[in-house]
Design a protein around this ligand. Sequence first.
Ligand SMILES: [Zn+2]
Length: 179
Amino acid sequence: MSQRKFLIVVDMQNDFIDGSLGTKEAQAIVPAVAARIRECREASWAVIATLDTHEENYLDTREGRFLPVRHCIRNTEGWRIREEIREALGDSAVLVEKPTFGSVRLPAILREMNGGEDPAAIELIGLCTDICVVSNALLLKAAFPETDFSVRRDCCAGVTPDKHEAALETMRSCQVSVL
Ligand SMILES: [Zn+2]
């Protein structure tokens, strides 16, 4: 099926919610994210969930030198997607591991899932607004200039509330609708 709509659920992993990089804002969006996933599945959108995925050598990586907090180490509890989100995703979601903020594999994955065509619409939700949500939004926007893009304010949280707002503003400047 071509011209499909895609929901990208970014990094709803325990470490970003109440683990080593958790925030109360991230905890607060869990029910809204789960509800939005269910809504999109009922509307037959394709759903992709990304997982920030680091190895044991995280602190020796460039990201680790700038952010020396171990998180999302493969196969740890902090790496796993939050249970309520996993339940909402069900068996049909495509999981994409990514070693850094944006996934350069995502555009090809979406295009292949869409029969070789550009998607009709892409909505992004998840964590963190000012790092991985904005990175993937702009990366996908570059790959799909004619696709309708949106991000859902109440289904994202930033490293801080101010950074969340700043990232939403940046995305709005880049013609991503903030819903
Ligand atoms: Zn990371």
